[in-house]
Design a protein around this ligand. Sequence first.
Ligand code: ADP
Ligand code: MG
Length: 291
Amino acid sequence: ATPTAIMVGSGLGAKRGILFKNATAIETAARIDTVVFDKTGTLTKGEPEITDVVVDGMDRDRALALAGAAERESEHPLARAVVNYVDAADVPRLRATAFRNVTGIGALAEVDGHHVAIGNRRLMESENIEVGELGQRRDQIASGGRTAVFVAVDGRVVAVLGIADAVRETSEAAIRALHESGVEVVMLTGDNRATAERIAAELEIDTVIAEVLPEDKAMEIKKLQAQGRTVAMVGDGVNDSPSLVQADVGIAVGAGTDVAIEAADVVLMRSDPLDVPVALTIGRGTLRKMR
Ligand code: ADP
Ligand code: MG
């Protein structure tokens, strides 16, 4: 595109809080045929809240206190939801003495002389913990589109928590607009398949890639590119930055982490999913002026 067209394009974007970092970002935006969205914090608000607490074989307050202590050390949005809930529940405050974040699956901690593991089924598997009866409750929670998290104490699952993160108001309209311009939409998430599929169905998303570990997210983008697609990735989190770099156009939500914003080619200052189709439209308009 001509320098003038690029300037017009970036000016149009800037007015809406869509920041293209360079000319290539605008030009490539015109050619995007596949948009991959991260789920949590991108299509959803990233303000998860506890909706279900199922405790088995342990005093409820005790289980919550242990879970809260373990999650207090974590920076994960789900951990924040657990901590907020536990604090509001007015249970005794415990402190974790050792903490280890297991990226993309959960966390491990020593609390009050007990070994606490909190996270998804994959974490329980890697810790050799049987989920038992509570596995069924997990399935119910997940089929409702909520994220299920197991709490295990000393190798035994004592609770399953359901966590819901509301979909952003404009996510559905954004996906519709992308479809109308012939773009395919994919959801990429570390969350479990049932939860992801429920939300994807609500939003009419074509393809779901779920249960992906943070380090494998960029590879999923590469696979789509190997099919000959030109891919935009939209994300907010630290986990998303390698895939933002791998994508032909990386788009960071402005409300996201500094790392994601740094890694992206385009930043959406308003964190509005509708600005994704707008960014692509600006790209196409810019390219048209070139011809
Ligand atoms: P996303 O792709 O939605 O950003 P992540 O890769 O960060 O998700 O996490 C994937 C899954 O790992 C979560 O859905 C959750 O089940 C589990 N998980 C990760 N960290 C934690 C934690 N601190 N507490 C509980 N569960 C966690
Ligand atoms: Mg995220």
